[in-house]
Design a binder for this molecule. Structure first.
Ligand SMILES: Cc1cc2nc3c(=O)[nH]c(=O)nc-3n(C[C@H](O)[C@H](O)[C@H](O)COP(=O)(O)OP(=O)(O)OC[C@H]3O[C@@H](n4cnc5c(N)ncnc54)[C@H](O)[C@@H]3O)c2cc1C
Length: 493
């Protein structure tokens, strides 16, 4: 067994992992911890993605940490500023020194006899294998594959002689000047890329098979501007944060209750921003209800501005084949292109690809049930951060990270060493995520299930979760505690 042991081992140094460490630092100062990060940098998503215009698509007052005000001018911020914010937070909280870069976690095995995890990592710089033990494992590895974005095969690809680029692997030296560019996709990445490339390109066409709902939001928050000029940051920030929580919750709940009415409002808002030549019902009328998939935000209507001034256009059609000069659509239209960008999404990857085992027996995560959206039935002393799909990721990450600290302190006070969630007695059959988006649907089979009631149900509702996780009891029917190491029993759905 390895000689190095930490109380808590965090996997990943992105927004969630750095947040977890800050909470540990402040709320559990007696605990030892380390962060293993497979890349050579802090920031995760916000360091990896480098395409032009990369930005958040939720506001920074909720994507920022509850404990450290976002003081940037923009509410919808660029990737670079978000990376800096995460780095500055890590520095300010003394977390930087705890990060071990180039450590990719491959597996973790729980020993019931020792009540600890043995974690195996591979050094991505030297190839060396490293082993550590920990009493608690906190996985903050995000939700998608870093090495490869999702990229369907298109017919006739070999015919196209120009560059085909996936936004996850953006070439540093790319120059859009004077080029005719087709961006395939209709999600957050496509609607970010189109206006940003259109500034320099000869023309940009957004080619989508299915439209998305797109909502314009001010790039800077008017309330934040006023409050910041009159109040200290730590007073203004939570006010704007709660205003945005309530606004996004209200829009989501309204979409669920009155989808037809919300659809109409979104259609009207979109139509107002379009030139007469672009038909709202052809290009901005998705065949699903608002929030069945994530809603796309565009800051200050930048996408619509480019559609109006003609530097960008939109096509809603199916690809028949790539050609020597661009893309032939099934309708018969041809899109001329020098460059094609496949903004076709992510490959979901639960727990950064690592495997879990209990006393040598591998855990099939798809057979487990999530407890409060952060632990797995039958898996002791383990937690993970998966953010909201209908609100900013960090709202949930903050709740989970705080909850883990509460739980650790609670266990210490009561002399308990092991916390193991159990599956609901009636079983659980709901998928972990209820988004209709392709990247979610492609991966549901590999994710845990959720139950139909608290504490196994994921409410995707911050206000409810605040009550449950910040103030709610730590002991309930969904979790068992034990003081002395006992053999972990696997509870499955
Ligand atoms: C382009 C893009 C835009 C987004 N915009 C928003 C937005 O506006 N609002 C929002 O709420 N969400 C957004 N998201 C979701 C986004 O991923 C989260 O907001 C947030 O960045 C997640 O932070 P994280 O730390 O949990 O995960 P990540 O940012 O993915 O970081 C995970 C870290 O874990 C490391 N890691 C992974 N596996 C291992 C392993 N096995 N061993 C060691 N280290 C590992 C990775 O290298 C990485 O550094 C966006 C996602 C993308 C891709």
């Amino acid at each position: 067994m390895s000689s190095e042991h930490v109380d808590v081992l965090v996997v990943g140094a992105g927004l969630s992992g750095v947040g977890a460490a800050c909470h540990l630092q402040v709320e559990c100062p007696d605990k030892t911890y380390a962060i293993l990060e497979s890349r050579g940098a802090i920031g995760g998503t916000w360091d990896l993605f480098r395409y032009p215009g990369i930005r958040s698509d939720s506001d920074m007052f909720t994507l920022g940490y509850a404990f450290r005000p976002w003081t940037g001018a923009k509410a919808i911020a660029d990737g670079h500023s978000i990376r800096e914010y995460i780095e500055d937070t890590a520095r300010e909280y003394g977390v930087e020194d705890k990060i071990r870069f180039h450590h990719e976690v491959l597996s973790a095995d729980w020993s019931s006899a020792d009540a600890r995890w043995t974690v195996t990592a591979r050094r991505t710089d030297t190839g060396e294998t490293v082993r550590l033990t920990c009493s608690w494992l906190q996985v903050c590895s995000g939700y998608y594959r870093y090495d490869e974005g999702f990229r369907p095969e298109f017919p006739g690809e070999e015919r196209f002689p120009g560059e085909v680029i996936h936004p996850q692997h953006w070439p540093e030296d790319f120059d859009a000047t004077g080029k005719r560019i087709v961006v395939i996709g209709s999600g957050a990445t496509a609607v970010t890329l189109v206006p940003n490339l259109a500034d320099d390109a000869a023309h940009v066409t957004m080619l989508q098979r299915t439209p998305s709902y797109i909502l314009t939001q001010p790039g800077t928050d008017p309330l934040a501007r006023i409050l910041r000029s009159r109040l200290p940051a730590n007073v203004a920030y939570p006010i704007v944060r709660w205003k945005n929580v309530l606004a996004t919750t209200a829009l989501f709940q309204a979409s669920r209750r009155w989808p037809g009415a919300v659809k109409k409002v979104l259609r009207r808002l979109t139509e107002k921003q379009l030139p007469a030549s672009i038909d709202v019902d052809t290009h901005f009328n998705p065949p699903y209800d608002p929030w069945d998939q994530r809603l796309c935000l565009v800051p200050d209507g930048d996408l619509f501005r480019h559609l109006r001034n003609g530097t960008a256009s939109i096509a809603t059609d199916r690809i028949a084949t790539f050609t020597e000069t661009g893309i032939q659509l099934e309708s018969g239209q041809h899109l001329d292109a020098d460059v094609i960008i496949t903004a076709t999404g992510l490959n979901l990857l639960p727990m950064g690809g690592m495997t879990l085992s209990l006393d040598g027996e591998q855990v099939d995560v798809s057979e487990t049930v999530s407890y409060k959206g952060m632990m797995l039935s039958g898996v002791p002393n383990f937690s993970m951060v998966i953010g909201y799909t209908n609100a900013s990721w960090t709202l949930k990450a903050d709740l989970v990270n705080r909850y883990v600290c509460r739980l650790l302190r609670h266990m210490d006070e009561r002399g308990q060493a092991v916390a193991t969630p159990v599956a609901p007695p009636e079983g659980a059959d709901l998928p972990f995520l209820d988004l209709a988006s392709g990247y979610v649907q492609r991966s549901l089979a590999a994710l845990p299930k959720q139950g139909r009631r608290t504490p196994w149900k994921l409410h995707q509702n911050y206000i409810r979760d605040v009550r449950l996780m910040r103030r709610g009891p730590l002991e309930d029917e969904g979790i068992r505690f034990s003081s002395a190491p006992v053999r972990a029993e696997r509870a499955v759905a």
